[in-house]
Design a binder for this molecule. Structure first.
Ligand SMILES: Cc1cc2nc3c(=O)[nH]c(=O)nc-3n(C[C@H](O)[C@H](O)[C@H](O)COP(=O)(O)OP(=O)(O)OC[C@H]3O[C@@H](n4cnc5c(N)ncnc54)[C@H](O)[C@@H]3O)c2cc1C
Length: 411
């Protein structure tokens, strides 16, 4: 007979791990299924990913404010250090930066304007321009630590975590029944007697499979088109310097900025900086990609096209004078996004979907997990995150919207 669990969360990235935690703490019977037997060693980022609460869209700002509190809850519950609260900075043309400050106050987040000289004195090695908005609750999210802690908090609240089983097929059998076909990916476990394949039924399924979401739900639900793209950043040493998470908003009217491919994002780590264009990547149709967090550092800037490499290095020369550009390396990550840049958090029948988190999903994960758990319980998510195109707001996304606002074409 096929085994049965009330609620299964498929995919244990930040979104799925957060959903499992939120469901378990509400008393649901929940099983988190994750293909990877263990979290891969993280070699792609200097210190994690930037957490920038200053979103232009109020829905995302509210998720950020909620996530600040929820990350603290997870840290208290597990003793882990997840969010390095070094603050975040958004700078650039006042017409783009200043409206963000009013929004922060409405979300009860603390923003403070610095002058350019104040910012440059505080972070020697970086240059700033226009309006400089410092957000106290921003910082760096330690991505792998976040996933580990969310899973551990979920486990402490009663969730079961099964890492090392790949979902190969999803079938909807009725309003309250979904069947999963699984294949063990953990070779030592199979050698020790675990079943190589099995089926599992559930009443509710939460699908948070990152780039694999569209493939596994094909033919079952009509999803907006999810694109998967690779984003590259260069990593350069910055001897003796420190940096917060920085988002430099482009000024499309400045002739000197024509080489920019979008808004620039700079993340400080220990003695090094990662620099990339936010929300800009190269499309990937690679079915092998299963996780948005698969970072890999090639060690060589040749992984970038000459044009991309030249643009990032030119930015670094102009805006990161403290960086040592002699030996840049490249870090890559894969992101999955809906064309309008918005999140996808919705439910149809027994299936809840959380996908399209683009370049902002990790930081907002605990609040997204709360939305996903609410959907399992029949509580609706905001209209803007709907599966139905007519309910979504064009360009309202957490990151893609910014690129769209610049008129930058995404590859
Ligand atoms: C360049 C870049 C920069 C980013 N910057 C930021 C940032 O500054 N701030 C921020 O907050 N976020 C950032 N992100 C976003 C963040 O990495 C993700 O959006 C976020 O982690 C949400 O991911 P997820 O849980 O939906 O999917 P994923 O992390 O992809 O997780 C999906 C999980 O499902 C598992 N899986 C896949 N297929 C199967 C299967 N068949 N069976 C079982 N399990 C399976 C995978 O192993 C994986 O663990 C960035 C992303 C990129 C690419």
């Amino acid at each position: 007979m096929t085994d049965f669990v009330d609620t299964i969360v498929a995919g244990g990235g930040t979104a799925g791990s957060a959903a499992a935690w939120q469901l378990a703490r509400r008393g649901h019977e929940v099983l988190l299924l994750e293909a990877e037997p263990a979290l891969p060693a993280r070699i792609g980022e200097p210190a994690g990913c930037p957490f920038e609460p200053a979103h232009a869209d109020p829905a995302y700002r509210a998720l950020a404010a909620e996530s600040v509190a929820l990350w603290r809850d997870v840290e208290v519950a597990t003793g882990a250090s997840i969010l390095v609260r070094s603050g975040s900075v958004v700078h650039g043309p006042a017409v783009r930066v200043d409206p963000l400050a009013a929004g922060l106050a409405r979300a009860r987040l603390d923003g403070e304007f610095l002058t350019v000289p104040q910012a440059e004195a505080r972070w020697p090695g970086l240059r700033f321009s226009g309006s400089v908005l410092f957000v106290h609750q921003g910082g760096v999210l330690r991505h792998e630590a976040a996933i580990t802690a969310l899973r551990s908090a979920a486990g402490a609240d009663g969730a079961r975590i099964a890492a090392g089983e790949t979902i190969t097929r999803i079938r909807i059998l009725g309003d309250d029944r979904v069947r999963l076909e699984l294949r063990a990916t953990d070779a030592p476990a199979v050698a020790a007697g675990a079943a190589a394949t099995r089926e599992l039924d559930c009443r509710r399924l939460v699908v948070t499979l990152g780039p694999a979401t569209a493939r596994l739900l094909r033919g079952l639900l009509a999803l907006p088109r999810l694109t998967t793209s690779r984003e590259d950043a260069i990593v350069v040493p910055m001897p003796g310097g420190s940096a917060p998470a920085v988002l430099h908003l482009a000024d499309p009217t400045a002739p000197g900025n024509r080489y920019w491919r979008g808004d620039a994002t700079v993340l400080g780590g220990t003695g090094e900086l990662a620099l990339g264009w936010r929300g800009i990547g190269r499309s990937r149709a690679d079915a092998q990609i299963t996780s948005t967090r698969a970072g890999s550092r090639s060690g060589s800037p040749d992984a970038l096209s000459p044009r991309e490499r030249a643009a990032l290095l030119r930015y670094a020369r102009e805006w990161l004078p403290g960086a040592d550009l002699a030996l840049p390396s490249v870090t890559s990550r894969v992101r999955t996004a809906v064309g309008d840049g918005g999140f996808l958090v919705d439910r149809i029948g027994p299936v809840v979907v959380g996908a399209g988190f683009g370049s902002a999903g990790a930081g907002l994960a605990p609040a997204v997990g709360r939305l996903l758990a609410g959907l399992v319980e029949g509580i609706g998510a905001p209209d803007g995150f709907s599966l139905r195109p007519e309910r979504r707001r064009a360009g309202a996304g957490a990151s893609g919207g910014r690129a769209a606002a610049l008129g930058v074409r995404q590859a």
